[in-house]
Design a protein around this ligand. Structure first.
Ligand SMILES: Cc1cc2nc3c(=O)[nH]c(=O)nc-3n(C[C@H](O)[C@H](O)[C@H](O)COP(=O)(O)OP(=O)(O)OC[C@H]3O[C@@H](n4cnc5c(N)ncnc54)[C@H](O)[C@@H]3O)c2cc1C
Length: 420
């Protein structure tokens, strides 16, 4: 194999390139990306970068020397517009064709917009460095910032804007924040973190229109109420970036559908990151397949997709990618961490702390099977519970585990207080 093309020059794509090189692949690697920037990290865009604390250099995914060492051919600012499976090539927006022996697709997600979202000043989305750059200049002290959609990105942006002194209102159509991600009870609990910090969180409201001629001035709700707005952030999620390869014959269903080895069907096509849907063997009893929009997942899958691409082309054995999904989110002083697959239909037990004190750990179970561990500022409980989620643990076993851990932690704390 001489030529690998990676489509999507971001986290999963860079990890794929690094892995190819670290496994000794010395052929040609072309990195195709539709953004003009060298790869950068997205999590700071709603946190330190939006807060004005970090500059663009600080969000770079790798130092220029490290990327240079990979010896890649960069095609940035050019979207891939077609995947031609039959002749192992892709077409770029400028008409160029790039052929490959193997391909890793890591095109991530495309931010969703409201159907009637006007293209006027002050109305923003937040996915790219360019989005974050134009937004952060407008978040000023006293500005009325309205966030539409109480998902993770919207809430992080709301927290950052509030910390910068803006008057922030979050509008959510469902009855609590983060319902799809965490269910109503935990979503409402995280909503309280915002309320305590001065953000107005309004759930169960519909946005009828975003108003203004050249610049946004207000939002009208379904009940006719007007909310003043200097800045609007539309945070209603992302769709997998699959449009460019829809005619390729690959199976696409809210993501590119792959097998457990991250293979998309043709032996030389692998997928990684936010754009991938695959059966995660650790969770197939509760979810036949999944698509995950988290940093750690994209990084690990980029590496695994590259490894399996080399194995497929060398005729060696492929390795399934099965892992406990993990994400973190920083909102005010709450460090949210979650392992597993929280869902709205799960049974929830708070095993330590409380929502009222703003620090707690909750477990999610479906049919008496532990599916997720969520912690708000409880890092010592969340991260060590990965092993529980890597095997099938019942809710009762998980409750007993946390009871034991908490007793042990209390004893260790008491022992530490004893005079020596
Ligand atoms: C503001 C923000 C904050 C976040 N915070 C957290 C966090 O705190 N914790 C966490 O776990 N996760 C967080 N995430 C999610 C995390 O950043 C993503 O899961 C991760 O970036 C996914 O990496 P990826 O490489 O799969 O896709 P992406 O990072 O989306 O990269 C895909 C790249 O492919 C490009 N592309 C798309 N289509 C084409 C095409 N046709 N041709 C060429 N290029 C194309 C895109 O423009 C993009 O550059 C955050 C995301 C955002 C946006």
């Amino acid at each position: 194999m001489q030529k690998v093309v990676i489509v999507g020059a971001s986290l999963a794509g860079v990890r794929a390139a690094e892995t190819l090189r670290s496994l000794g692949f010395d052929g040609h690697i072309t990195m195709v990306g539709d953004e003009n920037h060298m790869p950068y990290d997205r999590p700071p865009l709603s946190k330190n970068f939006l807060a004005g604390e970090w500059d663009a250099d600080r969000v770079a995914l790798r130092k220029p020397e490290a990327l240079e060492e990979l010896n890649l051919t960069w095609k940035l600012g050019h979207a891939a517009t077609a995947l031609n499976i039959a002749d192992n090539s892709i077409t770029l927006a400028n008409g160029e064709t790039v052929s490959y022996d193997g391909i890793v697709i890591s095109t991530g997600g495309v931010v969703r917009r409201l159907p009637n979202q006007p293209a006027i000043a002050g109305v923003h989305v937040l996915r790219t460095l360019n989005d974050a750059e134009s937004l952060r200049n407008e978040i000023t002290e006293g500005a009325h910032v309205v966030v539409i959609g109480a998902g993770f990105i919207g809430l992080e942006a709301a927290a950052t804007a509030a910390k910068r002194g803006a008057k922030v209102t979050v509008l959510e159509g469902l009855e609590a924040p983060l319902i799809r991600a965490l269910g109503a009870e935990m979503g409402a609990a995280i909503g309280e973190v915002h309320t305590r910090n001065g953000v107005t969180v309004r759930c169960g409201v519909q946005v009828q229109s975003i108003n203004g001629d050249n610049k946004v001035i207000s939002i009208t709700l379904g009940n006719g109420e007007d909310i003043p707005a200097d800045v609007v952030i539309v945070g209603i999620g992302v769709a997998p970036a699959t449009q460019w390869c829809e005619a390729s014959g690959l199976t696409i269903r809210d993501g590119i559908v792959c097998d457990e080895n991250l293979n998309a069907g043709p032996a030389n096509v692998f997928v990684a990151g936010d754009v991938l849907r695959w059966p995660n063997a650790l969770f197939t009893d509760v979810e036949a397949d999944m698509r995950v929009e988290h940093w750690t997942n994209a990084a690990e899958q980029g590496a695994q997709a590259a490894k399996n691409l080399l194995a497929a082309l060398n005729g060696t054995e492929l390795e399934p990618y099965a892992a406990v999904p993990f994400f973190w989110s920083d909102q005010f002083d709450a460090r949210i961490q979650c392992l597993g697959r929280p869902s709205a239909n799960a049974q929830i037990d708070i095993v330590d702390g409380s929502v009222a004190e703003g620090k707690w750990c909750a477990i999610y179970s479906v049919n008496n099977r532990l599916t997720a561990v969520l912690g708000v500022s409880k890092p010592k409980l969340v991260m060590p519970s990965r092993a529980l989620l890597s095997k099938h643990t019942t809710r009762d076993e998980a409750l007993a585990h946390f009871e034991r851990v908490l007793v042990a932690q209390a004893q260790a704390a008491a022992a530490a207080q004893q005079p020596k």
